[in-house]
Design a protein around this ligand. Sequence first.
Ligand code: RB5
Length: 149
Amino acid sequence: MKKVAIGCDHGGFVLKERVVSTLKRLGAEVVDLGCYDQNSVDYPEYGKKVAVEVASGRCDLGVVMCGTGIGISIAANKVRGIRAAVVTNTYMAKLTKNHNNANIIALGGRVITPDEAEAIVEAWYTAEYEGGRHQRRLDMITAIEEENR
Ligand code: RB5
C-alpha cells in the first residue's frame, strides 16, 4: 500500500476532500498535513510539509493544492529529491509519472473542479514510471540539485 501525503492552503482546500477520497478508493494510505479549513494560510508551509515527508521516505508520494497549484509546487520543489508537477489535465498527470516520475502533483483549486481533480489523481497514481531514456534526464535534474546545494 502506498502512503500519500496531502497538503493545501485555503485556495486548494476545496479540492482536498475529493483528493483524499480518491486516493483511499485507489487503496492508498493518506496522511493529511492540513490545512483543515478555508482560513487564510501560507502555502510554502504546506508545500514544505508534504515535500519533507516524501523526500524523507516516510511517504511514497504527495499531492499539494493551492489556488493555482503553482506557489505550493515551487515551495515543494525546493526540497532535494522532490519532483513536483503542476497538472491541469489527465494527459499531463499520466505523462508526469511516465516520464518525470513526479513524486508530487500540484493542483489548483481555482483552476480545476473536484471532478477533474479526481480524474487527474487517478491518472497519475495508477501510471507507471517508464525509466529508460527518462532516467538519464532525471539524473541530470539530480545533478543540478547537487551542483547548487
Ligand atoms: C493564495 O491566495 C494564493 O496565492 C495561493 O493559493 C496560490 O494560488 C499561490 O500560488
